[in-house]
Design a protein around this ligand. Structure first.
Ligand code: ADP
Ligand code: ZN
Length: 516
């Protein structure tokens, strides 16, 4: 079967070879397995269901959230001589009828649907010869993900209704909790999961904090002027900032434009177009910019403000260097951003999850170990060596052998033997007399008070390091409780050592915004 897939790849897409994991993923689908695919943007997810769609014959139903991208994908398939169509709210009844007829007569290979459309269409799909369901941007189904879309919950009915049809769920961003949730929500049966490497070694990672607005602006202007002819994106927190910054750059002779959802579709298209065709070098944008923009030579991405979570950050910096050449990323981090983002998260839906995700973003920004290790860890991989291409690697913090300290924390956690969050663990370690702790009998634990020589703040920083290094894991679907990972167990049982850095001494903060 994989030979048939290779022939389709060559005939319809013009490629000689599959990329890493593509052939494994396609084999899994051709063997009728439910399949979960995690692959970074640009990794080549579409081929993973488009090729099997043709090999299997019949119809592949693709659920995709963005109407604009749907049309692009269908156009691209038709150009490759593949029969494809989409159904969404933009079509007239007559147009829809034509497509439905084609599906019934089996002359269409791929049918793209918006999740809203799927809701009323399940019965109709029963009349087609459906051989495969592909759920694109599958993280949208999970309220633990960073981009929950309620209409995606319609998809939970698919497996029930079509138990024999394999489902492939694809996403570029999902942490472990979200992955488990996707599998549960879609009722995938013993799914095979494939995780492509999220590492992008060609992107340098740089985090700068504590700069005043004016210093930040002049740094950015100098940065851009030293990189003439290079394209870059500056992500900002608000529409207002994008416009002010673009204007400031223009005043300094830098060819820039603002982009945000408040502009008309026409204005947005023209900025996109100018950027893609190198008529504008710098776009100051909100998160609205970038979805579906295929520009391979973006040489740098600056975050003017802290992103609201690591998924967004990773996706946004990932727009740099898609040609594989060296590219630079800078994140400016300030307490002011944190205050604002915390307020947004407090007020919005999914409050607890968004606050937790923001906290992980903050931890990344404040981290004292190789930043790429943290990123890679966050997406469930691990990196043995420091990357040598981030600001921490370039300016190492002071390290010490923290094995004993880690063992203290982990053995306390193991002895507590029930899900507890960070605060309780620290209280046990420091021998606190809090009523809840005594009531649960945690003061009888052997390691009670074993860490009383360290302040709460220091323990928080060490636990943050343990999370960042993958020694501990935080289950934010289970009361934010801490869990010992496989690596943690090895350290606990003396099979591995732990490397920690001395906590950064900071001025006491007047407002404690996000507490551990
Ligand atoms: P994703 O959906 O993961 O962001 P795409 O499916 O859009 O990525 O693929 C990104 C680019 O890689 C596309 O231009 C696609 O044609 C190309 N591509 C995918 N698979 C291969 C392959 N096996 N060989 C060469 N190019 C490929
Ligand atoms: Zn590094």
């Amino acid at each position: 079967m994989i030979d048939a897939a290779r022939i389709v790849l060559k005939k319809h897409f013009g490629y000689d070879e599959f990329r890493p994991l593509q052939s494994e993923i396609i084999s899994s689908i051709l063997s009728k397995n439910d399949t979960l695919v995690l692959m970074p943007t640009g990794g080549g997810k579409s081929i993973c269901f488009q090729v099997p769609a043709l090999v299997l014959g019949g119809l592949c139903v693709v659920v995709s959230p963005l109407i604009s991208l749907m049309k692009d994908q269908v156009d691209a398939l038709r150009m490759n001589g593949i029969e494809a169509a989409f159904l969404n709210s933009s079509l007239t009844f007559e147009e829809e009828e034509v497509i439905v007829e084609k599906c019934i007569s089996n002359t269409i290979s791929l049918l793209y649907l918006s999740p809203e459309k799927l809701k009323g269409s399940l019965a109709m799909l029963g009349r087609f010869n459906v051989k495969l369901f592909a759920i694109d941007e599958a993280h949208c189904i999970s309220s633990w993900g960073h981009d929950f879309r309620p209409e995606y919950t319609q998809l939970s009915g698919i497996k029930n209704r079509f138990p024999e049809v394999p489902v492939i769920a694809l996403t570029a961003t999902a942490d472990n909790v979200t992955r488990r949730d996707i599998i549960r929500q879609l009722s995938l049966k013993e799914p095979k999961t494939f995780v492509a490497s999220f590492d992008r070694p060609n992107l340098s990672l740089d985090v700068k904090s504590g700069l005043k607005s004016r210093e930040k602006d002049s740094e950015i202007i100098t940065f851009i002027k030293n990189r003439k002819q290079q394209s870059g994106i500056i992500y900002c927190l608000s529409r207002k900032i994008t416009e002010e910054l673009a204007e400031k750059l223009l005043n300094h002779g830098i060819n820039s434009a603002a982009y945000h959802a408040g502009l008309s579709a026409e204005e947005r298209n023209s900025v996109q177009d100018d950027f893609i065709n190198d008529r504008v070098g710098v776009v100051c944008a909100t998160v609205a910019f970038g979805m579906g923009i295929d520009k391979s030579n973006v040489r740098w991405v600056i975050h003017y403000n802290l992103p609201k979570n690591i998924e967004s950050y990773y996706q946004e910096i990932g727009r740099a260097g898609r040609d594989g050449l060296k590219s630079e990323t800078i994140l400016y981090y300030s307490l002011g951003d944190l205050v604002l983002l915390t307020q947004f998260a407090e007020q919005g839906q999914q409050r607890e999850i968004n606050l937790e995700k923001l906290k992980r973003m903050q931890q990344f920004a404040e981290a004292d170990i190789c930043r790429r290790k943290i990123l890679i860890n966050y997406f469930g991989e691990s990196l043995e060596q420091n990357c040598g291409n981030c600001d921490v690697c370039h300016n190492p913090r002071k390290h010490f052998n923290g094995t004993l300290l880690v063992q203290k924390a982990l053995s306390a956690l193991a002895r507590i033997n029930e899900p507890v969050a960070t605060n309780m663990l620290i209280d046990v370690l420091r021998g606190s007399h809090k009523a809840e702790l005594i009531a649960k009998g945690f003061d009888k634990i052997k390691t009670y008070g074993a860490g009383s020589d360290l302040s709460v703040n220091h323990w928080q920083q060490f636990i943050m390091q343990m999370l960042n290094q993958g020694i501990l894991e935080m289950a934010y679907d289970e009361g934010f409780s801490l869990k010992i990972t496989g690596l943690g167990k090895e350290i606990l049982f003396g099979k591995k050592t732990a490397d920690l850095v001395y906590p950064v001494v900071r001025e006491p903060k007047k407002t404690k915004v996000v507490s551990m």
